[in-house]
Design a protein around this ligand. Sequence first.
Ligand code: NDP
Ligand code: MG
Length: 381
Amino acid sequence: MGHWRERPITILGSTGSIGVSTLQVARHLGIPVHTITGHSKVDELARQVVEFRPRKVVVSDPGAAPQLRHLLKGVAVVIEAGPEALVHAASHPEVGAVVTAIVGGAGLPATLAAVRAGKRVCIANKEPLVMAGGLIMAEAARSGAAILPVDSEHSAIFQCLEGHRGHEVAELLLTGSGGPFRTVQDLSQVTREQALKHPTWSMGPKITVDSATLMNKSLEVIEARWLFGIEPGRIRVVIHPQSVVHSMVAYRDGSVLAQLGLPDMRTPIQYALTFPEHTAGEVAAPDFARLSSLTFEEPDRRRFPSLDMAYAAARDGGLAPAVMNAANEMAVAAFLNGRIAFLDIFRTVERALGQLANRADPGLDDILAADAEVRARLARI
Ligand code: NDP
Ligand code: MG
């Protein structure tokens, strides 16, 4: 893997919420940036090129390439376009670490490419792990890629597991804020604007809606299952509205280890890049004299049926998690466009899972075909 200071990094999805935070961390640590990628925010991508001077910039939407070339006329940077360019960027031999910050299943081919190339793969983009976690972890074992979680809960669990062995663990306790509707009893009338107001974290729109449906926590259960090789039945979701305890590991002797920090993604991003070192960062530790209380409660599985759907999909395995993810991505996009109501997100995912003809041990092609089929079917209605 090499020391983290030695080789430049690539940020897939640098124009997003995680991408921008990763650039801040890279600047703070003084790590050179090899490649950055964006999809639609071409102005922001060009601005980042001028500020961070990467060797290469990729715009994954080929239609946006002419505008990017125009904006970067005279700037010394290699410009590439299209989804294949993402795959090349993720596996470039000069790159040490790849931070995956694309949103959704669109990040799967590039994530796999980084893993196959044996990179330090700092995974924020959780959807590929949900769709194809078994394949990704098997490829990592073959290539020697180090997979480092960026998702705050998984970074916490990763840290609480350090120095311990799997058989010592009783349960992983995955904390979640509960989202903006934690105390809202009737979810039939809630709006897009309300769903986009997360109480503790500032994030991209898709994951913010996922936090409101608890689908984010649901995806995270499956993400944890693959990252830590633990059966879903031993992963428990605990609601913790203050988002200070980022997650916990309960050991078999009754001892529980927790990792705490302010809700700021720069902390887990930095640790994924600098592991096993905790180096000086730009985020302060929580001030315990000012934290009035840390509270915990059970999630409401009746109002938020996404949790039970995810546990069932994880138990069924095969294509079920990929189908759940694809239906959720389509439903969230429709909700954000004002075409469906909040509760329709649950109905859409439930219906897609109900229509699934599952199969065991799917290959990558099967997963991509199931994903495409769900998206095509939902695009028609
Ligand atoms: P954003 O929506 O803020 O950013 C998404 C990034 O992906 C942008 O750079 C965007 O480009 C790019 N992108 C969008 N569509 C495509 C596509 N089809 N092909 C290639 N690139 C694309 O998302 P977030 O930063 O919030 O989240 C990124 C990932 O990290 C998600 O999987 C999320 O679940 C995960 N995550 C995020 C956290 C957070 O705090 N934000 C916390 C933990 C996990 P452009 O903007 O140019 O269109
Ligand atoms: Mg998270």
